[in-house]
Design a binder for this molecule. Sequence first.
Ligand SMILES: [Zn+2]
Ligand SMILES: [Zn+2]
Length: 1188
Amino acid sequence: MQRWPVLLFLAWVCFLFFAGIGLFMSGFLLTRIELASSSSCSDPLVPPPWERQSLPPGSCWAPQRFAKAVLVIIDALSFEFAHFNPAKASPLPYENKLSFLHRLATSQPHHARLYRFRADPPTATMQRIKGLTTGSLPTFIDVGSNFATYAIQEDNLLAQLVQNGRRVVFMGDDTWEGLFPKKFFRSYFFPSFNVKDLHTVDDGILQHLYPTVDSGEWDVLIAHFLGVDHCGHKHGPDHPEMAKKLTQMNEMLRSLVDHLGNDTLLLVAGDHGMTETGDHGGDSEKEVNAALFVYSKTPLFGTSPPEEPEAVPQVNLVPTVALLLGVPIPYSNIGEVMAELFSGDGDAVSTALQQLSVYHINAKQVDRFLHSYSLVAQDLPAEQLQRLQELFSGAMEEHTQLLAQVQGETLVPPELESRLGSLISRFQLYLREARAVCTQSWARFHPLRMVGGCTLIAASCLLCYVASELAASSGSFYRSCLLYPLLWGLVVAVLLGLAHAFTQEGLDLLLVLSWAAAASQLGFFWHWWGQYPKRARLVGSQPPLATVSLRQRLRAWLRLAFPMGILLFRCGAMFSDSFVVAEARVAPFLLASLVMLLVGKLHWDGRLTVPEGPKQQLLGFSSYRREIWYLLCLVAMLLVCVRLSGFFHQCREEIPQCRPSLFLSPLASLRNTRAKNLFYLLCVALLAGLVYAVRSWLRHYGNLNSSDPLVLFVRWCFPLVVLCIACYWAVASSADDSLGKLQELVQVAVVAFPWAVYGLASMGLLLLLCNPMTVFAKDTRESAGSIVTPYLGVPSSEVDFLHVIPQIYKRMQESQKSRLERGSCKATVAAYGLGSVYSAALVIALTLLGFLLMLLHSERLSLAFLLLFLEAFVLLHIHTRAKGLAGDAEPFSVPWYAVISWLLAASQFFYSTGHQPIFPAIHWNAAFVGFHLDHSTNLLPAVLVGANTFASHILFAVGCPLLLLWPFVCEMPSSQRKKPRKEPQEELQEVEEHMMEMRLRESPEKFSTALLQLGLKYLFVLGTQLLACVCAAMILRRHLMVWKVFAPKFLFESLGFMVSSICLLLGISLVMRVDCAVSTWFSQLQLRRPGARGRGPAERRSGRCDSSETASGSCCGGYGGCRLPSPPCLWSLPSSTTPCFLLWEHLTLSSKEKQKEYARGSSGFWRPVGPAGRILAPRSCGRRCCRR
Ligand SMILES: [Zn+2]
Ligand SMILES: [Zn+2]
């Protein structure tokens, strides 16, 4: 078996895809260019010289109105939270809690006002802090760096304050520490990342807030509270905990106002809102709708507040606060001043003049920014810039004229007022349009890289297809299709590296890798083309097309066309935003259609009707009919699974009528204790059911008999893992306050139980890696000893019987043998579970992974995981039955429909485990399963959240080799059943049918090729979906929905591709590891075999028994040394001699029925009996020969 070439080839193909993804991403997801310039007091911007002299000391650009400012940021303070509606009779937990703000606003309308504070998406806290301090728009890609906060390089409000000698004191969310390192005069940071912790940050701030305010050693104080946001994440807004939190905030504001002086401006702001489930990150109305409250003890507003609170974009806070505090506006600001805060208490004209002057400063600053920005970057459209320029110069001209007229006092107040008003609205128009232009086009694409990435991915897909077709036919496949292309790629990489070394230019690693990938692809296609004549000859050797009937040709074409048609449809759907939005329903629909089409095609081929004729009726009639019914039942079961999986969906805000599934929220958020307990019991019961099902499956195939560490682990530690998960769920879902003194114990348990599961699961995976054999070998070649039992006394449990009964039978068998012919039947090894040794390892690995992934999800999603396992199981059976009924001639090739349905199920369960390809839907809680405090690195939380998000991708990719193995495990020789059974030879053939997975070992070359083909097909289908997403993102990059739908979809799809491809490699490696272990096992058996040393090299090479050995029974003792035309070795390994085995894979002795059946063949304890009562070892042969 060629292990390394297969893995290397697949790894190389993955690398090609990764290079394509990287190249495309670098062209598609560019960040906005950050300008290094910053504003300063001495800028020759504004105001006009005669005004500059009149500026009070310590003021820049505009006169300072407040000496001090307090900015209270209450994270995720939605407008609904801050708004007070006295008419509301029964307010929700989050309504009418900030009554103090309402009282201030109504009792002092000229001092206080509430605004709607419109956040720009993405509404993640770090992006919002950036926006609130730079006055600019953070771009899409910043979302990705939310785990690692980086210092803000751009000019910002804090930098301006510090530059102008203000003392800035900060307390709260430690995100600020990373964004503004060493900027604060004094700071109190508290860990922000643990969203389950509602109080640490808030209590920390409250401890320091009032002493700091009273000390007076500050000019600007920023306090960032996180409790409300975390409460939203943990419980959702509609929860009593939220009411408590908001009441606490209300009290805090009340005391804070008492501590403030007259020269202090108070701003209370939310950085974003939250959805109904308490999440944020996107751009839905609820997420962008935050609150802003402004208050000062001196009058601020000239007019009374409007009926409905005004909406203010968040960037507007930056220029407003800068000018109120008398510092320059940050260089990159695109916000507009909030004019009513500059009205003061003068008459209408002086108010308008004051407002005009701040608008004038603001407009000049924005114009300067746009000007220098357009010099560096070309992403703002030229015609729009032109229009903005015209607007600006028009307003400036009028401003100059008006000022001259004001100086000359040629205008009377009413006219002056209206002229001032119209000029202000011209400035407003300019500022708003400028902001709109920036918002629209703040993503700079790199078309060449995008096309390059797209081409690389497309070529990789083609390569996968070609290679999967070619792998089976070509002899020198790995040399011409792997080695040479790799050399090509290496040469190009080295050349580029040398060129870099000589030219001393900056080396772009991504570009070098992409060129290397492209070169190796070219190498592949070149060598493939070189082999083309050979391929043509191969085709020519097949029967000419004329002899094949049209119907047959159509069928052959349809065989490929219908799964490909489904795939094509799926890819086409990626180009429509509504289909992407509704993909949660599209994927299961396509899966169901594919399976129905499969059944339809089988029917069309006449495979679903029982064959006519007396002969067939006599023979396989009933069993064939049973197979058909079985298939139809499986299809019905699949449809039920698909239907049920719809209960676990997360919602997208694009579908307003959608209600998120109840199962998504953690049990802790459930207030009904009875329902909570019921759900808890259900989840634990089903988890135990899963363990039971896996163990029974393993027992059925005899993989639970051995006493190897792995098998013992499955027996004892699987229930232990379930116990740990159940305990963790119990602790995590208990109400916080109901525990009282136990609280500390709970804190420990919440961390300890997940770690126990992590530890046990990794131990299991390690055991699986070290010794993946689950085979119980019973060597009867040596004398049978006494019955050994690891348990003292009389065996009591089933497990004990499992251990003891085979030994009893062994004894009986020994005595039976000695009564027959001594010596002839001695060399026998019975191997339990050998026929399913590969799948058993995969099933164990999948179960362990399933435990880990379930732990990372909320409790009730474990139901979705069980559904996933069930559906995968049903799909495998459908595939096996369909293959059997279709009479597939190629047992080693996995048909396309199987691969595509497998992947459709993977996407279906991405949605059915509560995920959506949008950022707010990411389950960030997963980062804290087993961790109490903040993470020290970003790697671990990223891995945990990634595993949570791509759980179904991981499970299906690791389980992908099962598609190849399953038909062998459930061997169903339906074609044979139609044949008459007369001759012993025929019966012998039947025995060979039941070699199960050992058939794969019989032809190791075919096995490795089959694995390679399966991997390539899987990558092809994955790659095609990815290609569709990439093309959609590229073509529709100016689409209204690009940042909302296509770009996140592309990101999730490409990450999913990476995760899937790596897990696919791991799954295939696991199969190869098992293969290694099986080889070692055989060689050890070979060494122990009595008389093995005596064999000549010739026999060893042939691997078959010669007649003398069969006679002596040393080789094929299992058959009593019968002399048959073909040596009755069950199977053989090439290039090594092999002992023959009875494969007792079905013999588990666990069910009474089988024992009965076993006992019925009274003379032959030799006869293991299959599940359908089929005799595995030919009785007649055994008797006849052994008596001879
Ligand atoms: Zn936030
Ligand atoms: Zn949050």
